[in-house]
Design a protein around this ligand. Sequence first.
Ligand code: TYM
Length: 332
Amino acid sequence: RPRVLSGIQPTSDSFHLGNYLGAVRQWVALQEDFEAFYFIPDMHAITVAYDPATLAERTRLSVAQLLAVGVDPDRSTIYVQSHIPEIAQLTWVLSCITGFGEASRMTQFKDKSAKQGVDAAGVGLFTYPILMAADILAFDVDRVPVGEDQRQHLELARNLAQRFNSRFGAVLKVPEAHIVKEFAKIYDLQNPTAKMSKSAESDRGLINLLDEPKRSAKKIRSAVTDTETEIRFDPVAKPGVSNLLTIQSALSGTPVDVLVDKYAGKGYGDLKVDTADVLTEFVTPLRGRVAEFMDDPAELDAILARGAERARSVASTTLRAVYDKVGFLAPG
Ligand code: TYM
């Protein structure tokens, strides 16, 4: 079976709606037809300021959320990045074939380092996309389901695989991005031309799946729209309304054009109330399931131990082939 792989950072207590609709929801669907590898990139999470006291718990919480939305540990390999030392080892080799200029062109690095001042940024933030390339290339992956903001990183991974193969011999599989256009960029409710992100200045436009549903409903009711009254899907002229339509459509399974017909003659208030209701119905049982998984950390750890064993068996085979090609002497 073809392989699919993706990761989500443990940088917050909760996934946000953009993470879920843009990426994680696809993970659940893809595990049906693909051999799936889904992981928590804790090594990526330490590339920016963070609190070491919360990282392990957030890693478990991330796993609990994956299980709660339907990632099935009997079908998918679920693991934590730092449990797979071969990923860091492959990163080194890939970093030696990455151009300094090439890495400097990564827009996420430019954005994140500009925020703190480029001199304050760690080298790990700079090499982050190379670590991400290793995450993928260690596993001979066919498809990588991500949101739009990861497209450039995926392109780097593809370039590095091709470069390695042409310089040293064909070893690495060149992965394809799997980006579902309608949901690849969910927007901030207060600033509907910017992506929903946990690093936005204010969290008033951010929907966290594990927040109190009342709080999220309130955020949806105060979402920024526009000065017209008509409900139609037009992301350029009506980004706020279109974002709400996208969210409601994704969570309810009702196509956007059906929703638009339903709202003929109705107002933005109706759209907001219904979207808030659909979200509440989705997150209420989800929060309960996450709490149940969190009540049994031994079970979570057992899932991760199994996942790490399986993941290492794949990654170590790739690493050995890479080491042979670059000319490293095999240990005796
Ligand atoms: P991360 O943890 O920031 O986000 C996880 C996934 O959520 C998607 N996403 C969105 N999709 C739609 N709309 C949004 N507003 C939105 N915000 C986030 C992201 O595109 C991502 O798919 N570098 C990655 C993690 C990673 C990874 C990997 C992914 C590390 N190694 C290997 C794939 C393969 C990241 O920071 O995602």
